[in-house]
Design a protein around this ligand. Structure first.
Ligand code: PLP
Length: 427
């Protein structure tokens, strides 16, 4: 999330160009505001002067309703691992669409997707599906409280586990009554909090990297120390791999030598459809055993046949080789963007983990995206990149897809170079 703007973005040539290119999107936004609170049901779907209205996409590209085409380098905030309208998913889901989309009984794809995930993640023996990462975090909260008989949660400052009321108290930036906060990458801070409140803490929720916080990696040994401290106090260690599952065949936990009690999943595992999941050892997931039910969990669309099928197909095509290729593309993009910024005379840093990147127009990466001081440059670059046909997030977050190749990445770099030149003209 970007800090509030304190300058008028409409007073720039970049914005004027954006307005000229996107009149239909502007009109659509006005229409949406008549009935949709805030104009869109998603925080990330708004940016000034108005968000784009897209009407579709194919592979690496998306189209807006004004007839502009963009190379998509957000991929729905990292969930579209294969890009838009991935043919194997379209084919499988297309057949299923004609045979109904939801029913209140089992479907064969649920077990197939669960099996794939359990095979990839040793700490996951059983899963429960939801419709979003947010719901998965809420469910893990309920499991931790039930299993531990405790109420409090410890999470990291600038950690993001979705729109979870307990973690954010429904208000921007405020944590809930039972939520304690420690500083990411500061194991001592987590240990101190756990030592002080250990017997009240049901679970420690943490990401392998601060995702929304700016693709900031957990430092060597940090997450293992937090896991050990949580165990010592009998709190569940809940690892949020909603974003990071795409970075290694079994998520980042194997690479980091972690064995979480609960794992949160989402995004890519739905093959482009709404999804979330909580996974863990039998010991904890037995709270859903119908013969001794301890946590209520239902949902009209949970594990619906469309999402399960799409996820199953998408994951089958997402293996170590694909992850490796994406890592190389990510490295190429980072190198190219740094080179372009250097040539334009703009300061740029780029945090990167595999196919996930976050750019900052600052000579040093800030401790988190919430500490960035480049709001003006970032907002201008976002609109300038859109003007040059690159669809990226207004906070500089980038997520690549397997639909991309080196030529596409080079094209993105070239367009971004032109956008940077536009920004330089205005700073
Ligand atoms: N956890 C992490 C690490 C996320 O990045 C997100 C979403 O960006 C969520 C949870 C919430 O997932 P969803 O947006 O599907 O509710």
């Amino acid at each position: 999330m970007l800090a509030q703007t304190n300058f008028d973005i409409t007073q720039s040539a970049i914005t004027r160009k954006y307005l000229v290119r996107t009149p239909r999107s502007a009109a659509q936004y006005q229409s949406s505001c008549r009935f949709v609170a805030g104009g869109h049901s998603r925080l990330a779907g708004f940016w000034p002067p108005h968000p784009l209205t897209l009407e579709g996409g194919q592979g690496t590209d998306v189209d807006d309703i004004d007839g502009n085409k963009y190379i998509d380098i957000i991929n729905n905030y990292s969930s579209l691992i294969h890009g838009h309208a991935y043919p194997p998913v379209v084919e499988a889901v297309g057949k299923q669409l004609r045979r109904s989309t939801a029913w209140s009984a089992d479907n064969v794809s649920q077990a197939a997707l669960a099996e794939q995930l359990a095979e990839r993640i040793p700490a996951v023996e059983r899963l429960r599906f939801t419709n979003s990462g947010t719901e998965a975090a809420n469910l893990a909260l309920a499991i931790a409280r039930e299993v531990m008989g405790r109420r409090k949660i410890l999470m990291s400052r600038y950690g993001y586990h979705g729109s979870v009321a307990e973690f954010h108290d429904g208000a921007v930036g405020h944590s809930g009554q039972f939520t304690l906060i420690a500083v990411y990458n500061n194991a001592v801070d987590f240990e101190r909090m756990l030592a002080a409140h250990g017997n009240e803490i049901a679970g420690v929720f943490i990401e392998p990297m601060l995702g929304a916080g700016g693709v900031l990696a957990g430092e060597q040994g940090f997450l293992a120390s937090v896991q050990a401290a949580a165990r010592q106090q009998g709190a569940l260690f809940v690892l949020d791999e909603v974003q990071t599952f795409r970075l290694a065949p079994g998520g980042m936990q194997a690479q980091l030598g972690l064995e979480p009690d609960l794992t949160l999943l989402g995004k890519v595992i739905g093959g482009g459809f709404p999804v979330g999941a909580v996974g863990g050892k039998m010991e904890h997931m037995s709270v859903f055993d119908p013969s001794n039910l301890r946590v209520l969990h239902s949902g009209t669309f949970n594990a619906n046949p469309i999402t399960m099928l799409a996820g199953e197909v998408a994951l089958r095509h997402f293996d170590a080789l694909a992850i490796d290729r994406l890592d190389q593309l990510g490295s190429r993009l980072k190198r190219g963007l740094l080179g372009a910024a250097g040539r334009a005379g703009l300061p740029l840093t780029c945090n990167r983990l595999g196919s996930l990147l976050n750019v900052f127009f600052m000579s040093e990466a800030p401790p988190s995206a919430f500490d960035r001081t480049d709001t003006r440059a970032m907002e201008l670059f976002h609109l300038a990149a859109l003007n040059h046909g690159v669809f990226l997030s207004n906070r500089g977050f980038i997520a690549l897809s397997t639909a991309m190749d080196e030529a596409i990445v080079d094209d993105v770099i070239e367009r971004c170079a032109r956008a940077m030149a536009d920004v330089m003209d205005e700073l």
